[in-house]
Each structure stands twice: as C-alpha cells, then as structure tokens.
Design a protein around this ligand. Structure first.
Ligand SMILES: [Mg+2]
Length: 259
C-alpha cells in the first residue's frame, strides 16, 4: 500500500522523515520498534517469539494472569533495537511533537503499581524521552468505559492503549488536535492499518513506516532452554534470562537437560 513503506534501518527512516511536512506529528511504537527483549526466545526467527502474546490470549485460563505478566515485564532484560534511536529521537523532538504509542495494559497490573510509570522509567533509563505534554497535560485518561478493564491513557509522552486499539487513540488525537499529518513507526502491520483507517475517518493524511529493524538482530534459541524458560515462567512465575536458564539446566533442576 502506498501510504505504508517497509524499512529495516534508521537511515531509511531518517531519509523518509527528512521530507515530511512541518505540521506532522510522529508516533513511535515501543516493543520491537524502540526496545526488544535480550533473550533469544523473542528473536524474529524463534518459534517461541509469540510466547507472551499466547499467554495474553490464554489469560482466562491462567491463574493470577496479571501477576505472571507483570513479573515477566519486571524481570526480562531489554536492549535498544538500534543504538541510534536515542540521538535520533532527540533530534526529531526538536522539529515535531513526538510520542510513544504502545499497546499495553494500564493502571495497576499484578506486581506493578502503575504500568504507565513503569514503562516511562524503562524508556527514560535507556535515554528515550518524548514530547512531555499533550493538550497542556502530562497525564490524562484518553478513553475509559466501565465495560473495559484498562483505560487508554497518556503519561509523560507515552500513549498506552489499555483495552483500546492504537487507531482509537489516534482518532481521539485527530479530533482534538487536527494535525497536518500523522506518522506512525511500528513493527506490526495491523497497527499501521488500524491507524491508517482512523486517519481516513478524520480526513488526516497518514504515513506509515513498517519498521523491520528487530529482524536484523541475530539469534535463535536452543529448544531445550526455551522450553525450560517457558515452563519456569508458567509454573514459577519467574522469567529467567538465557544464561541463567542454561545454568539452571546444567545444575540439573527438573527433567530438562542440555544436548
Ligand atoms: Mg511493536
């Protein structure tokens, strides 16, 4: 589709953004666009990469699902998808309003008192900071309903979907701000299409960047180690990074053994 282009490097993003209109607004996805887990379990060629999505889909059947998900979020280590993001975001922020747009639960979740605060800390610790206010506020509930467990919110530069979609947030944004153009950089085509449809509804021009940078990070997990990590997370509610899982297997915990 002509309104969405696929890129794999920050250089391609920079080239594309160098010619966009002055009154544009830029939204950046977080997971697998800005940051990604270090563990090989989550690499693009790993058969286990959808582990957390699968757990979320099964949430009704997992006891204390929110505790499990919050512990994974607190314990997994992350890396920048590209080291260049930090400098590039600082540059872009001088020229455009620049926000993170993340599909994530909001409010308290299991062991995390406030998801938005946790995410903000995780990103600022990596040097990633966005335009701090939206309509003069640094915290706001964007969408909320008694029938939905998680509000869509804004917190210090980060829009979080909660129980809503990225498109629903962008629709609210466009209704209030009527921007000249919306740009979204995301590693998932469904979010790009959803936001494109929201922009069409509001007659706001849209440019999507389908960012495949995470696919350039090498690594495939060892099946035994990945199975152990998955089993340990689901039974012990604890995430083990690759080396720690390997060490535990070597020390002979349970029936797993390295080939
Ligand atoms: Mg993503």
């Amino acid at each position: 589709m002509h309104h969405i282009r696929s890129v794999s490097t920050l250089k391609e993003i920079k080239d594309f953004l160098s010619s966009i209109e002055e009154n544009s607004i830029i939204f950046l996805d977080v997971d697998d666009t800005l940051i990604t887990p270090i563990s090989k379990v989550f690499r693009f060629r790993s058969p286990y990469r959808t582990l957390i999505d699968d757990i979320k889909r099964d949430r009704e059947r997992i006891p204390h699902f929110e505790t499990l998900l919050s512990r994974w979020r607190l314990q997994r280590q992350t890396q920048l998808v590209s080291e260049e993001w930090v400098g590039f975001i600082k540059e872009l922020k001088e020229k455009f309003p620049l926000y993170a747009l993340t599909q994530m639960e909001t409010g308290p979740l299991g062991d995390i008192p406030l998801m938005e605060k946790w995410r903000h800390k995780e990103l600022t610790e990596k040097g990633l900071e966005f335009t701090l206010t939206y309509c003069g506020q640094n915290k706001e509930v964007i969408l909320s309903s008694p029938s939905k467990p998680y509000d869509a919110t804004f917190y210090k530069g980060i829009f979080s979907t909660g129980s809503y979609s990225k498109g629903e947030i962008i629709r609210q944004y466009c209704l209030r701000k009527n921007p000249g153009k919306v740009v979204l950089i995301d590693d998932r085509a469904e979010h790009l299409n959803d936001v494109y449809n929201a922009c069409c509804d509001c007659s706001v021009p849209f440019s999507g960047i389908f960012f495949k940078g995470e696919r350039l990070i090498a690594g495939v997990p060892d099946t035994t180690v990945a199975e152990f990590q998955k089993d340990h997370l689901l039974s012990q509610y604890e995430w083990l990074e690759d080396e720690e899982a390997e060490r535990k297997i070597r020390e002979g915990s349970g029936f797993f053994s390295l080939k």
